[in-house]
Design a protein around this ligand. Sequence first.
Ligand SMILES: NC(=O)c1ccc[n+]([C@@H]2O[C@H](COP(=O)([O-])OP(=O)(O)OC[C@H]3O[C@@H](n4cnc5c(N)ncnc54)[C@H](OP(=O)(O)O)[C@@H]3O)[C@@H](O)[C@H]2O)c1
Length: 311
Amino acid sequence: VSTADRPLAGLRFVLVGPGRVGESLASWALACGAHCLQVAGRSASGRTAEVARRLGAAAVATADCAASDADLALLAVPDAALPAVARQLAGRVRGVALHAAGALGAAVLEPLRSPACAVGTFHPLAAFPAPRTGLAAARGIFFALDGDPEARALGRRLAAAFGGEAAVVPEEIRDLYHLAASLAAGGVATVLASALDLARRAGVPEAARAGCGALARGALAAALAAAEPATAITGPAVRGDLETVERQLAALAGTAPDLRPLVIALARAALDRRAQLAPASPAQRALAERLARPDLLDRPRKRVLTSGLPD
Ligand SMILES: NC(=O)c1ccc[n+]([C@@H]2O[C@H](COP(=O)([O-])OP(=O)(O)OC[C@H]3O[C@@H](n4cnc5c(N)ncnc54)[C@H](OP(=O)(O)O)[C@@H]3O)[C@@H](O)[C@H]2O)c1
């Protein structure tokens, strides 16, 4: 086996928090030649023991974790447990300590920080509904780094070994980094769930579901391939098609009025995105003005559905 296949050979680490992320990161490190000395959990038994066995390491309770002969302590406990775990491990970790939380910077590990221990973050920008073991699952993941230079350097080394990307995401922008990631994942899934719910409530045949999925995949692929993702936004809103948007909103009022705020917000956001790329056309401006009028949410049926009829 060549050195290129074992880029982390010689690296000794302890894993604190043998959950979905912890087991995944540790298994990737092992696949790259690192050696796991200990797996620490709230207790040494149960899942901690199982993961330790799979990683060829000793199982310990965090209170008994002795990480002083390791080069790295990988902390993958729930965000809320990090301050207490950092205090618990203070003075017992040498080398580098990295945590995997996206929303937090390196400061939460301050109790571990010493001349002998650099602290930082190593946040995988990926979803782990279950452990993703096997190095193939790591390819292409972005890792958010923060903290001391030695910690960032080790984070870069790990990411490169895993076939991922890494860059510093400093503490002060972590909340918005996390929000951007949530919009890209949960936000997109929320819009898709709303679209499919609307189709179901409107009585669109179930057979159209796969077609909606294909449209969604196509739009996502086009947005990701474009230098400016907003150029891939399609639909009546970006065309400035006021008549169609009003008809759709009126129809929505009868079937799914709860979706109107989302639909209006998305139409406005679509126009805003486009306006950042090119000056709005008169039709787009007219639609933006109509969407900004407060009566849009209050009296949705008047203009189209009931026109000419008594209320
Ligand atoms: N899941 C994701 O998609 C994802 C993605 C990126 C980053 N992250 C981050 O990764 C970190 C871990 O998340 P996760 O999803 O892997 O959580 P998880 O599956 O719930 O695993 C957390 C692990 O930490 C253990 N633990 C709790 N308190 C501990 C303590 N005091 N000492 C040692 N171990 C302790 C838990 O044990 P018990 O089961 O006994 O409680 C569990 O094994 C979090 O910072 C999270 O924000 C998660």
